[in-house]
Design a protein around this ligand. Sequence first.
Ligand SMILES: Cc1cc2nc3c(=O)[nH]c(=O)nc-3n(C[C@H](O)[C@H](O)[C@H](O)COP(=O)(O)O)c2cc1C
Length: 196
Amino acid sequence: MTNVLVIRSAATGDASVSNTLINAYLAALPEGASIVERDLDTNPVPHVTQASLAGIGRQAAEGEGFAAARALQDELIAEVFAADTIVIGLPLYNFGMPSTLKAWFDYIARAGTTFQYTAEGPEGLVKGKKAIIAHARAGKYDDASGFPFAVPHLKSLLGFVGVTDVTVTTAEGLAFGPEAAAEAIKTGTAAMAELA
Ligand SMILES: Cc1cc2nc3c(=O)[nH]c(=O)nc-3n(C[C@H](O)[C@H](O)[C@H](O)COP(=O)(O)O)c2cc1C
């Protein structure tokens, strides 16, 4: 049985293109797949604050919020380790990822658990998994140029924790009129269904 973890980060709910791409993937999955969903819009991970710093392992364990932050971090990390495939919705917000998605990464990156430092440098400990990025953006860009930086940033973070098998499906040019948007969504949903 395939275990799929879905991370949604769009603030647009049912109108979301990244969510539409994810839905196309989920609808095409073989029967029996186990799906765990985490919607960072309706159920956001808190930003890292002074109170939660210790809980997520970035400071000595003291202060309020330690236990709550650690419990949430444990839960999020367990979801990652339980998955064979991680599907991430990535709307482009001001050339980067939504801050809700960055906050999720700030919680799942824990030294000694999802990555570690070795004599040779950092080593990701989340091994043997695939990630699929469902990317949506109003404009049209050349990702090879490094700008915008949402996709390279997300791929780098995934790689840092050990997830290097990453496939990106992009629906772009969504602001270029209804026809262009419909075509981008059609191509993107077909690509996502194919991946499933
Ligand atoms: C706060 C915000 C910032 C955005 N910044 C960009 C941007 O820098 N470049 C771009 O092409 N589109 C930008 N957009 C448009 C979104 O990427 C586009 O609407 C996309 O469809 C959002 O994904 P969703 O449909 O899953 O919500 C932005 C939208 C919002 C709400």
